[in-house]
Write a protein that binds this ligand. Structure first.
Ligand code: SF4
Length: 80
């Protein structure tokens, strides 16, 4: 899953781009729910939030395999 560092400027550009609805505004900065983040696996070739963040403050949080991310995508999308 990806995570947002404290460089976040609360611009709200990333939130609508997340196909999993994993991004929300936290108490201080935007946050990514690791249980909802597939790094855009199942939707796009590249993580959309990382593409649009103007300050590049979205990084890999927990390193996860493609298989783990695909499994999460299936669970989230109700395919099993
Ligand atoms: Fe924060 Fe980047 Fe998202 Fe803007 S796009 S809210 S700076 S993480």
């Amino acid at each position: 899953s990806l995570k947002i560092t404290d460089e976040c400027i609360n611009c709200d550009v990333c939130e609508p781009e997340c196909p999993n609805g994993a991004i929300s505004q936290g108490p201080d900065i935007y946050v990514i729910d690791p249980n909802m983040c597939t790094e855009c696996v199942g939707h796009y070739d590249t993580p959309q939030c990382m593409e649009v963040c103007p300050v590049d403050c979205i990084i890999t949080g927990v390193e996860e395999s493609r298989e783990v991310l695909e499994e999460r995508y299936r669970i989230i999308s109700g395919q099993k």
